[in-house]
Design a protein around this ligand. Structure first.
Ligand SMILES: [Zn+2]
Length: 278
């Protein structure tokens, strides 16, 4: 079965993987060394030892046992798997059952995560968990990068002078933290409304499950999802570089979604908007 793997380069990141509503979601971002959700195996996933899970629906997590057993066969270290705290117990029971079936226990570091928790990814890179709004306990993930940048008062100084100042012990840089990526997982639009970090992320991977009236805003919300009309109303509040719309339901073709973007999204923001998932 072809799950519609796709690749997109935006905002200095490569997004590669699958994201189709109710079918499968697995997103791999090599620059950050992260995998978001494990609905289906995707290219490159075995290289990643940290997996950030948005929620426990099978189309987002069903391939985890298979991924872990593949890692074991490839003699890799146990992966760090960060999931909503509420699903640690049932997941542990599932892995107990697999251990019984296979007479072998797959190794992983399972981390229960609560909204507000911060996970260190590597030096200068951390993942913040936010509560998203879905029918089961769910998290959105924001990846923050910390760097140092030149203080504004030194912005026009020539390099030589900065060098001298540094030599004199003057601190010419200051810490700078940028949310480089947000992956919403499945959510209603309240996450976007409530969380400034989501709106500020350089690349925002937001779910848009419904793209026409076959399931209207009310129905879409009842299933814990976002309708394209709700994104359209809020476009001006997005402060980042790229808005990547994922998790399109099987009712809508890619061509239909791209037509909606071309015809309905204002020209001023259209270039920022990308439809993801084949
Ligand atoms: Zn879901």
């Amino acid at each position: 079965m072809d799950f519609g793997e796709d690749t997109l380069k935006v905002g200095g990141l490569t997004l590669t993987g699958v994201s189709r509503g109710g079918i499968a979601t697995s997103l791999h971002v090599p620059e950050l060394g992260l995998l978001f959700d494990v609905g289906v195996p995707v290219v490159g996933q075995l290289k990643r030892s940290r997996i950030l899970v948005t929620h426990g629906h099978q189309d987002h997590l069903g391939a985890l046992p298979y991924l872990l057993s593949q890692r074991h066969l490839a003699r890799q270290q146990p992966a760090d798997v960060h999931v909503p705290a509420e699903i640690v117990d049932p997941l542990t029971r599932i892995f107990d059952a697999w251990a019984e079936i296979e007479d072998f226990r797959m190794q992983m570091h399972l981390h229960g995560t609560k909204p507000g928790d911060v996970v260190k990814v590597r030096n200068g890179l951390e993942a913040v968990a936010l509560r998203s709004v879905h029918r089961v306990p769910s998290l959105a993930w924001v990846i923050r990068r910390s760097t140092r940048r030149l203080k504004e008062e030194f912005a026009d100084r020539p390099g030589e002078e900065l060098h001298t100042l540094r030599g004199e012990g003057v601190e010419v840089t200051e810490p700078h933290v940028e949310p480089v990526l947000c992956v919403t997982g499945d959510t209603q639009i309240e996450l976007f409304d409530r969380e400034p970090l989501v709106r500020q992320s350089r690349v925002l991977v937001h779910e848009v499950t419904s793209w026409d009236d076959r399931r209207d805003v009310e129905d879409t919300r009842a299933w814990g999802h976002t309708h394209v009309e709700e994104i359209l109303e809020r476009l001006e509040r997005f402060e980042g570089e790229a808005l990547v719309l994922v998790h399109r339901s099987a009712r809508h073709s890619r061509a239909q979604a791209e037509r909606v973007v071309a015809q309905r999204f204002p020209a001023a923001v259209r270039d920022k908007v990308h439809v993801f998932g084949n």
